[in-house]
Structure formats: C-alpha cells, structure tokens
Ligand binder design. Structure first.
Ligand code: 5AD
Ligand code: SF4
Length: 439
C-alpha cells in the first residue's frame, strides 16, 4: 500500500458525478492516498469529467493543457467519468501525459488500476461498457457535502433519448437492492445527516432486484428513516413518473415539496423526434397530479432549445408550456450535438445565434414567471436548512423544502452550522431567491 501519496480531484458535471467523486475519494483514501487542494501539491491529478454538452467536455482538455508541465515533475494524470468513457484511449493521443482513463462503470477496479499506476504503467484503462451488470457499491464513500447525503439507487440509462450521451457514458440501467439503499439511509442518518438525495439518471425506472419495493415505496421508506427530515430525488423521466410518487409525497412529510421533471420541449412533434416517449399533453397531465397534491409542490425542469428541426411554432409551444406549468426553476440549454447519439445524423441546421436567441427569450420569460412565483412567499415563514454563510453579505444561506434559496440574517453571534433548521420570515423576494430574517 502507498504511503503518503497525494491526489487532487476536480469534479465537473452533475450530482451523480459529485457523488461518484465521494466514492472515488473514499477508495483512494482507503488505498493510503491523501487528498490535497491543488494540482501542484499532488502526486496524482484526477479530473472527473462531464460530456453532456460540448462545452462541458472541452473543460477537461483545457485543464489538462493548463497543467501539462507538471508531468515533468513526476506527477501522473487521470481522466475519470463521462469524457473518459466516451473518448477512451483517444485521450492518450490527445493528451499524452495522461496515464489513466476510466469510466464510472469501472471504478470498482480503481484499487487495481492504482497499483498498476504505482508500478509505473503509462496507459491504464477502465472502460467497461454497457455489458456491466454491477453497481459501484463501496463502503468507503468519503462524504464531502456537510448537509446532504447522496445515495445512488440506479445507475446508467436505457432510454436513448436522441440527443443524449448518457446511455453511452454511464452504461446500461442497473438498480441497487432496496435493502442496501435503506441500510445506507440508516448509516447516513446515524452520521448525523438529516437530508438525503436519491440519485439516478432516471429514478423512475427503478426496479428493485429483490422485488420488494417500487420506486415510490422506496422513496417513502427512505423518508420514514428515523432522523431524516428531507428527502429529494433526481432525476425523473416523465414517461415513467407514476401517480404513486405524488401519493408518497402526500403521505410522508419528509419527502420535499419539490419535483424536478425535465420536459425538454413543449412540442409533441419535437418530443417525438427526441424519442422522449410522451406528448406535451401527457406531460401536462402528470403536472396536474403534482398540482393537486396536498402540499404545494415546487416544479422545475430542463429544456433544450434548437433541437434539429425545431421550428418557430415548436418553440412557441415550449413557451406556452412554460406559462401553463409556472415552474420555479428552469435549466435551459442550447442543443449540442453529441458523439454516438441518434440526433447526430439529423440535420442541425439552426444557427447558433438563433439557438442563443430562443434560449434568451425562454429564460427572460421564465424570469418573469419566477418573479411572480417567488413574490407569493412575501410575509410567509418558511423552514430553511442552513447550507453556509456568505461573509460579504453577512447572510446565512440555505434552502426551503421547495428547494428555493433563502438568504437571511440571524440574531445569533455565531452563524448556525450547515444542516441546522431555522424558521425564516420572508421580507424580500427575487426571481431566484428569497430574503428574510430568522424568527
Ligand atoms: N444538448 C443540450 N442539452 C442537453 N441535455 C442533455 N443532452 C443535451 C444535448 N445534447 C440537457 C437535457 C438534460 C440535461 C441534464 O442536459 O435538458 O435534461
Ligand atoms: Fe454529465 Fe451526464 Fe455524465 Fe452527469 S451523467 S457527468 S450530466 S454526461
């Protein structure tokens, strides 16, 4: 085992990646490595990468370029995650100072790959593909988030939406046993966490290998874990989003008043071209279930503008859907062609300026919707979980159950610790945040 070897790890991309990094850090520490805060201090420099859009993908190559000279000082470089899986050995050609390339489906082999690296091997790959049946379960997770415990319930994706690289980078869908998920929830609660986020590319496709629990039942059971006050889950696919999920939220107070349900487009014609397997009407029906819930459930979504063939009338349908749903948060993206995906063969004829224009129109409209939505909280008292402190503004920062950012002042001399719950009276509202005073 290595003695005082150090590593630097930087994470790009989604929460799945953030949580994978927690597992990678735990595995490395188990192998005797110590984490350091800069590339310069580290023996091993790792980037956990994202390839969801072209811009995300380019980041790792910029980073590798920036620190290339460190290779001469004997430092080793590794590329992990989605770009690693997607580009594979091509990375060695593009960045010859890289010695290790591994996708997420191969992380369980990290200890072996690290030994080979230490033995001086220069070209190590972990590129298990869609054949793998295994999930990356490790007891060595080094949790980095002070207030939220992540639990993976399903890995990979079998949906093959026309634009999406994930089925190729994260492999085939495989669910984790519900008893293993509940054991981890228990352990997290014992460590003092009160918030859990269940993770998967498509949590609604969850199929318990033990056959004991549906996704909604698992969600409810996690929400009933003693000590757990908030449970979130991402991400949902509208096609598999079932009514029993809303019933679970109704029945279990710890399940947060927030659902992220990516729609991608308001045009059924484009949804069909995207291979999303639902129409705008079917999506709106599911939104109606959520709006009929006992508690007000905050809704958020992802939208892609400028998908190949998107006409102005399709875009208007997306704008109409925004007005109907009245989301509290929208992540909008310009379509970006991705390797291997079916949409790559479609003609991407919408100029980048037009994509940018549509995105701007969409986000401006959404800002106005949020201005109205957030203003409804004026004068209300909301429960906030503290996430940190903003010294510049001397404000505590946190989030409501609805996932809305709340910045507030507090009479206590010492800022409350992350994970603390406080009631906050809302005195000012913005389109993206609430401001108030602890009561
Ligand atoms: N181009 C633009 N946006 C994309 N997304 C996924 N793939 C692409 C792509 N090729 C967006 C989707 C998804 C979110 C995570 O990223 O909206 O829900
Ligand atoms: Fe990016 Fe998707 Fe990979 Fe997450 S799963 S890091 S969003 S490509």
């Amino acid at each position: 085992m290595a003695t005082d070897r150090t590593f630097y790890l930087e994470t790009f991309g989604c929460q799945m990646n953030a949580h994978d990094s927690e597992k990678v850090i735990g595995t490395l520490e188990q192998q005797g490595y110590r984490r350091v805060e800069s590339e310069e201090e580290a023996d091993l420099i790792l980037y956990n990468t994202c390839s969801i859009r072209d811009k995300a993908e380019q980041k790792v190559f910029h980073r590798l370029q920036d620190y290339k000279t460190l290779y001469k000082a004997g430092k080793r470089f590794g590329v992990l995650g989605c770009v690693a899986q997607q580009e594979g050995e091509k990375i060695f050609a593009r960045a010859p100072h890289v010695s290790l390339v591994s996708g997420s489906a191969s992380y369980r082999r990290l200890p072996e790959m690290l030994s080979r690296l230490e033995a001086g091997e220069k070209r190590i790959t972990g590129l298990d593909d869609r054949q793998t049946e295994e999930t990356f379960e490790t007891e060595f997770t080094a949790r980095q988030n002070p207030y939220r415990g992540y639990i993976t319930i399903i890995e990979g994706c079998d949906k093959f939406c026309a634009y999406c690289v994930v089925p190729y980078t994260r492999g085939k869908e495989r669910s984790r046993r519900s008893s293993s998920v509940l054991d981890e929830a228990r352990r997290i609660a014992d460590q003092g966490y009160t918030e859990i986020q269940l993770l998967g590319q498509n949590v609604n496709s969850y199929r318990d290998p033990e056959g004991k629990r549906s996704f909604a039942e698992l969600l409810a059971a996690v929400g009933e874990t003693v000590g757990i006050r908030r449970v979130r889950f991402t991400t949902s696919h509208p096609r598999d989003f079932t009514r029993d999920i809303v019933e679970a939220i109704d029945a279990v107070p710890a399940l947060c008043d927030h659902v992220h349900l990516p729609v991608q487009s308001g045009s059924s014609r484009i949804l069909n071209a995207m291979r999303r397997d639902y129409t705008a009407e079917e999506y709106l029906e599911k939104i109606a279930w959520l709006k009929a819930a006992r508690r007000p459930i905050s809704l958020s979504t992802d939208i892609i503008v400028g998908f190949p063939g998107e006409r102005p009338d399709d875009f208007i349908e997306t704008m109409d859907l925004l007005a109907k749903v009245e989301y509290d948060c929208v992540f909008g993206f310009k379509y970006s062609a991705r390797p291997n995906t079916p949409a790559l063969t479609m003609i991407d004829s919408i100029p980048d300026e037009e994509k940018a224009r549509r995105l701007q129109v969409l986000l401006e409209r959404q800002r106005e919707i949020q201005r109205v939505n957030y203003a409804k909280h004026l004068g209300q008292t909301v429960e906030v979980m503290v996430e940190g402190f903003n010294p510049a503004r001397e404000q505590v920062v946190g989030r409501s159950s609805q996932n809305k950012p709340v910045n507030f002042s507090c009479a206590q001399a010492i800022a409350p610790a992350p994970g603390t719950y406080l009631n906050v009276r809302i005195t000012t509202t913005h389109p993206n945040s609430l401001v108030g005073q602890a009561v």
